[in-house]
Design a protein around this ligand. Structure first.
Ligand code: ZN
Length: 216
């Protein structure tokens, strides 16, 4: 009888510790997709998104490298490869593929990546989460830009706001890189909040531009 793969899950202790392959009982690490001994697909280890893609937990990701790792792993988990396997192996491969997609979607986007890293690194620093960080400067900036957007009458006005927001987003990302590198979690948290707001503003700018095009 085959063991239930979910029973071999060990609680996450912050580092990958060796466990047993559900099929051959050989040693496997939490982040292993396949058993190094018998090559059988393994259940989801409770590893973070970075570890799932064998990456260091950092804000400064090389997006091309991320893409390369993702597509390589995705290929290994392709349903065609499991067509002749047991239903248990097919289920495990689907769980692994879903979890891989999740990790990729989160890490590829700078805002989602920043949010995730703040959560990962900030549990001891910011137990209440980012929401409690008050940022009067940010509020003022938000009001000012929103007012400018409301007053915008021409496509040029809107382009100017879009350009400013794009520049601010770049600044934010540079600041986030520095904050995470210096383990300044509160700083990273404030910048993540700012980036969230700037992304929202960019959406509003896009909508306003579409409205203006529709009216002309
Ligand atoms: Zn094995």
């Amino acid at each position: 009888m085959q063991a239930d793969p979910t029973e071999t899950l060990t609680p996450f202790t912050g580092h990958a510790c060796p466990q047993e392959c559900w099929s051959c009982k050989g040693p496997v690490a939490l982040e292993d997709l396949f058993c190094p001994t018998c090559s059988t697909i393994q259940p989801l280890g409770q590893v973070d998104h970075f570890k799932r893609l064998d990456l260091e937990a950092t804000f400064d990701l090389d997006v091309n490298d991320l893409d390369r790792r993702y597509f390589e792993l995705q290929g290994k988990l392709h349903p065609d490869r499991f067509a002749t396997k047991t239903s248990q192996e097919r289920t495990l491969s689907m769980q692994q593929a879903t979890s891989l997609n999740d990790a990729y979607e989160t890490l590829k986007d700078s805002l989602k990546r920043a949010d995730y890293l703040v959560h990962m690194m900030g549990q001891n620093v910011l137990p209440e989460g980012c929401q409690l960080i008050s940022a009067p400067d940010l509020l003022e900036e938000a009001m000012e830009l929103r007012e400018a957007l409301a007053m915008a009458e021409t496509a040029d006005d809107i382009d100017a706001i879009a350009a400013r927001a794009a520049g601010d987003i770049d600044d934010c990302e540079i600041g986030l890189s520095k904050a995470f590198a210096g383990e300044d979690i509160e700083g990273a948290c404030a910048l993540t909040t700012r980036l969230k707001y700037l992304r929202k503003l960019t959406d509003e700018v896009r909508q306003q531009r579409a409205k203006m095009t529709a009216m002309s």
